[in-house]
Design a protein around this ligand. Structure first.
Ligand code: SAH
Length: 366
C-alpha cells in the first residue's frame, strides 16, 4: 500500500485521516504543528505522540518533500531552487527578501498550457498539475532551508503563486494548499499575504472568491483584445470586457478596503506608450487597483525587448497622475536567472545536450 504523504493534507484531511485509524481529531493539529511550524519529518521526533502511534504512522504515512536539484543564492539575497519531482520533472521556487518582508514565489504546474508569447515557461509546454503535497513541499522545504541559514530577515512572510503554471487551472490542489498557508496551526499567514496570480480563468476566479479572500493579481498586459489575444492567448476565450466584469464581481465579495493587483509587463514598442497608459486608466475605472509594472525579463529568442527606464517611468507617471497607485517591480536575482521558467529551461537544455535528448532527471544536489 502506498503511504499517505501528510505534507499534502489540510486540516480537514488530517482529521479524516486520523478518524480512519480510530485516532482523535486533535492529532490533526498536533501533526500540523510538527510538520509545518517545526519542520519535522521524522515521526520519532514528535514527543507528544505515543511510541505506538508513531509506529502506526511510520507504517502507513510519511512526510516526504521534493528533492533539491538546484539551490542558488544571488548576491542580492534572492535564493532560488529547482525541486525535482518523482517523474523526473523540475519546478522552480524563489525566495525574494525585501526590507519589510520575505516573499516566496511558488509554482502550481509543471510547465504551462497558456502559451503567453513573452513567457519562458510557455516554451516548455504543459506537463501536468502539481499535487497538493508538491505545492506545499515548496513552502516546507524553503522555510527549512532558510531557517538553516540562521540569518535575520530570512523568513517567509508572503507567498505568491507567480512561479510556473496557471494556478487557477489547478484549482482544487491550489485552494487546498492555500488552506494550509492560512491555517494558524500551520503557516498562519494573513489572507492579504497570499497572492494568486492569474491570466484570467474566469470561472475559477468566481469559485475562488467563494472559498478564500486572498489577494488576486491579474496578468492584464494589454488594453485591447487584439494585442491581448497575442500576448495572453487565453484572452480569446475570456476577452477583456468579461475579465473586467469578473474582476468587479471578485472585488464586490472582498473586504471594502482591499485592492486588486494588476500586472502589466512592459514590452518595448508593444504596450508601453502613453496612449496605452490612457487606455489602461479608462479600463480600470471603477475598480480599486494596485498596478504592478513588470520590466520584461528577457530570454533567448523571445522576440521582445524590455522597455527603457524612461518609458516605464513615463507610463507610471501617467497612471499616478490619474490617481492609480503604481509600482515598478524590481528585477531581482539577475545573476541566477530568478525570473520564472528560466532556470529550469537552462538546466533542461544543458542536461539535454549532455544526455542526448534523454529527459533530464533531477537528483539530490546535482
Ligand atoms: N499564470 C499566472 C502566474 C504565473 S506568471 C499568470 O499568468 O498570472 C507570473 C507573472 O509573471 C505574470 O504576470 C506573467 O505574465 C509574468 N511574466 C511571465 N513571463 C515574464 C517575463 N519574461 N518578464 C516579465 N514578466 C513575465
Amino acid at each position: 500500500m502506498e503511504k499517505t504523504n501528510l505534507l499534502g493534507l489540510n486540516r480537514q484531511d488530517l482529521v479524516d485521516f486520523f478518524s480512519a485509524i480510530d485516532e482523535k481529531a486533535f492529532r490533526a493539529t498536533q501533526l500540523m504543528k510538527w510538520i509545518h511550524q517545526l519542520g519535522v519529518s521524522d515521526f520519532a521526533e514528535m514527543t507528544n505522540i505515543s511510541k505506538s502511534l508513531q509506529q502506526k504512522l511510520v507504517d502507513i504515512a510519511e512526510i516526504r518533500p521534493l528533492e533539491i536539484a538546484v539551490d542558488q543564492l544571488s548576491s542580492d539575497g534572492t535564493r532560488k531552487w529547482v525541486f525535482g519531482l518523482n517523474d523526473g520533472n523540475g519546478i522552480e521556487t524563489v525566495f525574494i527578501p525585501e526590507d519589510d518582508r520575505g516573499t516566496l514565489c511558488i509554482s502550481s504546474q509543471v510547465g504551462c498550457a497558456l502559451d503567453c508569447s513573452f513567457c519562458s515557461t510557455a516554451r516548455q509546454g504543459f506537463s501536468r498539475n502539481l499535487t497538493t503535497d508538491e505545492i506545499l513541499s515548496q513552502v516546507w522545504l524553503a522555510s527549512r532551508l532558510l531557517d538553516e541559514e540562521k540569518k535575520p530577515g530570512r523568513k517567509i512572510t508572503n507567498i505568491v503563486l507567480m512561479g510556473m503554471g496557471e494556478p487557477l487551472l489547478n484549482y482544487d490542489n491550489v485552494v487546498k494548499a492555500i488552506d494550509v498557508f492560512l491555517d494558524d496551526f500551520a503557516y498562519g499567514l494573513s489572507k492579504r499575504r497570499v497572492t494568486v496570480s492569474t491570466a484570467g480563468v474566469l470561472p475559477a476566479m468566481d469559485r475562488l472568491s467563494e472559498r478564500h479572500d486572498v489577494q488576486l493579481a491579474i496578468s492584464l498586459h494589454a488594453t485591447r483584445d487584439d494585442l491581448r489575444n497575442e500576448l495572453v492567448p487565453i484572452n480569446k476565450k475570456y476577452p477583456i470586457e468579461e475579465l473586467m466584469n469578473a474582476c468587479k464581481r471578485f472585488m464586490a465579495r472582498r473586504s471594502p478596503r482591499s485592492r486588486l493587483t494588476i500586472e502589466y509587463v512592459m514590452l518595448s514598442g508593444v504596450n508601453d506608450s502613453i496612449q496605452h497608459a490612457e487606455e489602461l486608466i479608462q479600463l480600470l475605472d471603477g475598480i480599486s487597483v494596485l498596478i504592478n509594472l513588470i520590466p520584461f525579463n528577457p530570454f533567448e529568442n523571445s522576440g521582445y525587448k524590455t522597455s527603457s527606464n524612461n518609458a516605464v517611468r513615463r507610463f507610471q507617471d501617467k497612471l499616478m497622475q490619474s490617481g492609480l497607485t503604481t509600482v515598478i517591480r524590481k528585477t531581482r536575482g539577475d545573476d541566477i536567472d530568478a525570473a520564472c521558467g528560466q532556470l529550469v529551461g537552462k538546466v533542461a537544455d544543458k542536461s539535454r545536450r549532455q544526455q542526448k535528448f534523454i529527459k533530464p532527471r533531477f537528483g539530490m544536489n546535482s
